[in-house]
Design a binder for this molecule. Structure first.
Ligand code: PLP
Length: 380
């Protein structure tokens, strides 16, 4: 049987070895970090180490880091903290942003569409900010999860700070792939499982002085900003993964880019008529959103790949058996037909050259089989 291949790192990552090791060690630090005795103190040390490691990744202070159950919760806390009013957001945000605005009520959504290739223009966002009453919040992700395209958070940060408008940057996809330092935002969101840590743990990093409200009240953990006994195991893994990414970021970035460029070049050569989303604009080094040639739907190709243990994902969503185009791709200016022909391949820390070779051997063959198939396009 062939080796299994995982090229879906934007969905989630396997644990980095350092994160796995830290979690195993933390199994023994079983105390409640809030307890004053030796067991509590041991657990508290796990917490403090993780806080320092995550803060270092973003070049912020440990006391500015609030641990949450993941990016979704951190986004909810930022939207809650900013308070009611208009939220200016990109049309390609993770659904957690409009979701938080909806569940919290009293938030009016003002959606800005990206320009060509799925990249937002800072001036479009600022024009919307300056039109009408001052917004309660602006939310723009650092990099998009489907296309990998980088967004203009660099110019937006100072411009929004000058205007006194709170800025939320969802850095979930960029963390661990490109440097984070210098993100000029009131709220930065991270999720451990996208950078080699475990699932169910994340962080909201808050600029000193920014408005902050607790999502949960109870035992007063996280300095009263997020009640609930901390996940010491999750935190140990998150901290170790963040430290590893911080320490090896240049090497990781270069490696991802080399693997992705190799994959992309060979797939484009094997598939005349295929194209890559965001090829001409800055994007994540690990992501290839590939539009298959005309007439080749991504869904049956992906099913064929899954059948041979190659894990990739689609630019579409499958709900109750019917395949719908990704709202992110539609919002980014791609047609429904293009979105339904898009496959997302994302490499990561455990990806090998052999993985790339296998995908280059299997994907074009699957696409040709689908192109040549008559009737319903289902794998055998
Ligand atoms: N934001 C982005 C850009 C994401 O890609 C994801 C996960 O897919 C999230 C937020 C939500 O992360 P989580 O499900 O860990 O809360």
């Amino acid at each position: 049987m062939s080796e299994r291949v995982y090229l879906d790192y934007n969905a989630t990552t396997p644990l980095l070895p350092a994160a796995r090791e830290a979690i195993i060690q933390a199994l023994d630090a079983f105390g409640n970090p809030s307890s004053g005795h030796w067991a509590g103190r041991e657990a508290k040390r796990v917490l403090a180490t993780a806080r320092a490691q995550v803060a270092a990744l973003a070049e912020r202070r440990p006391e500015d880091v609030i641990f949450t159950s993941g990016a979704t919760e951190a986004i909810h806390q930022a939207v809650l903290s900013a308070g009611p009013g208009r939220v200016v957001l990109s049309a390609i945000e993770h659904p957690a942003v409009p979701g938080a605005a909806h569940v919290l009520g009293e938030r009016e959504l003002d959606v800005v569409a990206p320009h060509a290739h799925g990249a937002l223009r800072a001036e479009d966002v600022l024009a919307r900010v300056d039109a009408g009453l001052r917004p309660a919040l602006v939310a723009v992700m650092a990099a998009n999860n489907v296309t990998g395209v980088l967004q203009p958070i660099g110019p937006l940060g100072p411009a929004l700070r000058e205007r006194g408008v709170p800025f939320l940057v969802d850095a979930t996809q960029i963390a661990g792939k490109l440097p984070l330092p210098g993100i000029d935002a009131d709220y930065i969101v991270l999720a451990a499982h996208k950078l080699g840590g475990p699932k169910g743990i994340g962080a909201l990093i808050v600029r000193p002085g920014a408005a902050l409200r607790p999502t949960f009240l109870g035992g007063g953990q996280e300095h009263g900003h997020r009640a609930g006994t901390e996940s010491t195991l999750g935190l140990a893994g998150f901290g170790a993964a963040a430290a590893e990414c911080w320490r090896r970021l240049d090497a990781l970035t270069q490696r991802y880019q080399a693997l992705r460029d190799d994959l992309e070049g060979r797939l484009l050569a094997a598939l005349p008529g295929a194209s890559v989303i965001g090829a001409g604009v800055p994007r994540l080094p690990n992501t290839c959103a590939l539009i298959l040639p005309h007439g080749v739907a991504a869904d049956p190709v992906i099913k064929r790949l899954i059948a041979v243990d190659i894990a990739v994902s689609a630019g579409s969503a499958c709900h109750a058996g019917s395949v719908t185009p990704s709202p992110i791709l539609l919002a980014s200016g791609f047609t429904a037909d293009e979105a339904l022909r898009t496959i997302r391949l994302s490499v990561g820390h455990a990806t090998s050259e052999a993985d790339i070779d296998r995908v280059v051997a299997e994907l074009p063959a699957a696409a040709m089989a689908v192109a040549g198939a008559e009737g319903p396009e289902e794998p055998a």
